[in-house]
Design a protein around this ligand. Structure first.
Ligand SMILES: C[S@@+](CC[C@H](N)C(=O)[O-])C[C@H]1O[C@@H](n2cnc3c(N)ncnc32)[C@H](O)[C@@H]1O
Length: 384
């Protein structure tokens, strides 16, 4: 339990803790002394100790260990295993020299000069012809995976995941450094086929995570799109439990979808993307007001489009674009569908690149976006 009495320390205690830690590093890690620096000492009332982090030098992020000191900062009472600290410092040295090959100069970051486009084609082929830095945000929702061979477009689940890997590798290649990939994806419910079989949920987001990590994306956030009461009940999940109330039979009605947020791997902080943006007036104009989502629960009504079976709501696209891009950025949706991302992008002064492999959805995007395009803006429609 935490100690509620406020403990008063002498002036200069943190400085003393730092000095003590510094001498400890010199004594115990002499060969690595020049590579380790101390963080700001913090008093932990639960442990009644001072804690001082050990960081790899020239890096705010690379914590390699910690030492603890008694309340009076007289002696070191505990520390991370010395060999572990050494291994971490050495590992950091290696990754740092690799990263240093990427220029660290604070030059401005420009996007590739790509205009608004709506393309009919397979994104795997189409995106191969776009240059690096085409997109500054990818927001998409992949096609549905259906486990029933009769309805599925994919040989099996493994093939489906391979398909996603190829698409997201292309997205990675055209996305600017340190920018975001946001994916609306959820486990797929496979209904039972008879009384003797059980329904299952295919954990697509969890399998996708390993794929995105391998391609070169860092996981940032899982946002939960919560649909208001009522959505999801028609599927009948949980009906059996509602009747029997037997433990182990419990199955909740699913009323959420994942909005998974990833960032293209980089050693640079997000601050770098903001500071080095080519036009600071656009950065300023993109600032978000007071009315923003404070938590990762986003309550949004689902959308319905009689010409496309699987759209996401424009409100969802607007939020993602507002939080993860600047005005003037290009937003890519490799699974364009009805063009929801394009509609939101137009309203928010972003450019867009929408691709769909189905002619009917390409035509639908053309039809529904054309009236929204401002007078002085051009859009290319092309068939790949
Ligand atoms: C879930 S829908 C996207 C709907 C979209 N978010 C909206 O709000 O309208 C997925 C879309 O991906 C398209 N698609 C599937 N495979 C594709 C591929 N290889 N390249 C481009 N589009 C593809 C499908 O035709 C479908 O319209």
């Amino acid at each position: 339990m935490s100690n509620s009495t406020t403990i008063k320390f002498e002036k200069g205690t943190t400085q003393k803790a730092r000095e003590k830690t510094d001498s400890w590093i010199k004594e115990h890690l002499p060969d690595h002394y020049s590579l380790i620096t101390t963080g700001l000492p913090e008093y932990d009332d639960r442990l009644d100790s001072w804690r001082v982090s050990l960081n790899a030098k020239n890096s705010k992020l690379n914590l390699v260990g910690e030492v603890r000191l008694d309340r009076h900062v007289k002696k070191i009472t505990d520390s991370t295993n010395l060999q572990l600290i050494i291994d971490r410092v050495n590992k950091h040295k290696k990754t740092k020299s690799r990263n240093q090959k990427v220029s660290d100069k604070s030059k401005l970051i420009y996007p590739a000069p790509v205009g608004n486009k709506i393309i009919l084609g397979n994104s795997i082929n189409v995106l191969a012809d776009f240059p690096p830095d085409t997109a500054q945000l990818v927001f998409t929702s992949p096609p549905y995976y259906n486990a029933k061979p009769a309805y599925s477009e994919y040989v099996d689940y493994k093939e489906y995941l391979k398909f996603l890997e190829r698409i997201f590798a292309r997205c990675h290649a055209v996305l600017s450094e340190g920018r975001f990939l946001v994916v609306n994806i959820s486990p797929v419910l496979i209904k039972r086929t008879s009384r003797n079989t059980a329904s299952t949920r295919v954990p697509i987001p969890f399998d996708l995570h390993g794929i995105l990590d391998k391609i070169g994306f860092d996981f940032i956030d899982d946002i939960h799109w919560v649909k208001p009461e009522g959505a999801g009940w028609n599927i009948g999940r949980g009906r059996r439990f509602a009747a029997d109330r037997q433990p182990l039979q419990y199955k909740p009605v699913v009323v959420t979808e994942y909005i998974l947020v990833y960032r293209k791997k980089t050693s640079r902080l997000i601050d770098w993307n903001i500071r080095n943006h080519y036009d600071q007036s656009l950065v300023k104009a993109s600032k978000i007001g007071d009315d923003y989502d404070k938590t990762n629960l986003w309550k949004i009504h689902p959308s319905f489009n009689k010409e496309h079976p699987a759209t996401f709501p424009e409100e969802l696209a607007e939020k993602v674009i507002r939080y993860y891009s600047f005005k003037g950025d290009l937003v890519l949706d490799p699974f364009g569908g009805s063009g929801t991302v394009g509609k939101a992008a137009i309203g928010m002064n972003r450019r867009f690149l929408l691709i769909d492999s189905e002619k009917k959805y390409f035509e639908l995007m053309k039809k529904s976006l054309t009236p929204l395009i401002p007078e002085n803006t051009t859009v290319d429609f092309s068939v790949y």
